[in-house]
Design a protein around this ligand. Structure first.
Ligand code: ZN
Length: 329
């Protein structure tokens, strides 16, 4: 069954400026599904408050997603939409000119070129999800479907303008593959859906945040990055109803408001959709992590530990993150 495994290591060093020895405790936790390890040191990061981002985020020159350009230069999907656009509210579904799979889409979220995290509205995400579902309904073989969002340069985005991505591939992404294989194994061993068991086990824990509609929001035991917050729905996104999409959108917006309160301005988001077969073994999982702040000469939080050695790192225990995020949900 689900086990929360944690070890600690202690580090001591002499700080001459304080004239004393300092002791630090490092938590090493294992993800209860995959066993992937994470290191947690409860210590503030060198993240700038009041970052200088205006030069980067103001509309200067060419932007393919702003209204004055998007209809002329926005690439259109030939695979399914026969070179047409899909639009809903301010959202526009376009083709990705840097594709990662045979179906690779970009969804422009807003008319505004830049939106501070506290100003994101649920409707932006709800409209984007509805466009994605409209697209997915037209695809015969869905394979492995993933939704992503990279917001601002520290999160890997080359374009400031808020946008999401939708990928449909015949091959799972590596993290997805490990997760799906572990879910199948868990189901074989215990006869249950891992995520259903996790929700039951975590509902009274310090990591639980809130039920938003039919989705459950919490922090993961072994975070995958900074300020990691997770939404779980036992329904397959393709069978989600309008209310479910609203609750996902509301959870995302609450998370972003919490990040803004922490003076953070950049984030990554992923939503892994369950594979078509054997839906009862999987869930739709939204993962959101904050990234180091966009600022002039910003510091990047992905260093050798996570980039090459595949070890996650968090500067705050998930229990503390849940406590601090709760008022924003
Ligand atoms: Zn723009």
């Amino acid at each position: 069954m689900i086990e929360f495994k944690e070890e600690t290591e202690k580090n001591r060093y002499y700080d001459p400026s304080k004239g004393k020895r300092i002791s630090e405790e490092i938590l090493i936790r294992k993800d209860p599904l995959t066993g992937k390890t994470c290191r947690i040191l409860d210590k503030p990061l060198p993240i700038s408050k009041g970052a200088d981002i205006e030069e980067e985020t103001k509309k200067g020159g060419f932007c393919p997603f702003c209204n004055d350009q998007v209809y002329d230069v926005g690439a259109r999907d030939s695979e399914v939409l026969n070179d047409q656009l899909l639009e809903r509210g301010e959202a526009i579904l376009l083709s990705n000119i840097s594709p990662y799979a045979d179906k690779s889409l970009v969804i422009r979220l807003t008319e505004d070129h830049h939106i501070p995290l506290e100003k994101f509205q649920s409707i932006y995400f709800t409209d984007a999800f509805e466009l994605m579902l409209e697209y997915l309904k037209r695809v015969q073989n869905l394979g492995y479907t993933t939704i992503m969002m990279n917001y601002l340069k520290p999160a890997g985005s080359t374009i400031v303008h808020p946008h999401m991505q939708l990928l449909i591939s015949h091959h799972p992404l590596d993290h997805q593959r490990r997760n799906f294989e572990a879910c199948v194994k868990y189901h074989e061993n215990y006869g249950n859906n891992y995520w259903e068991d996790l929700i039951e086990k975590e509902k009274d824990s310090e990591r639980y945040i809130k039920n938003v509609g039919r989705s459950v929001w919490k922090t993961p035991f072994a975070p995958g990055g900074l300020e990691h917050i997770r939404g779980i729905s036992l329904k397959d996104l393709r069978s989600l109803e309008k209310e479910d999409m609203k609750s996902f959108s509301s959870g995302i917006v609450s998370t972003l408001k919490y990040y803004a309160d922490q003076s953070l301005n950049s984030f990554n988001l992923s939503i892994s959709l369950p594979p078509d077969e054997d839906k009862k073994k999987f869930a739709t999982v939204v993962d959101i992590v904050a990234r180091s702040n966009l600022d002039k000469y910003y510091w990047c939080d992905v260093f050798a530990l996570s980039k090459l050695l595949d070890e996650s790192y968090s500067n705050k225990p998930p229990e503390k993150i849940a406590r601090e995020a709760k008022p924003f949900f």
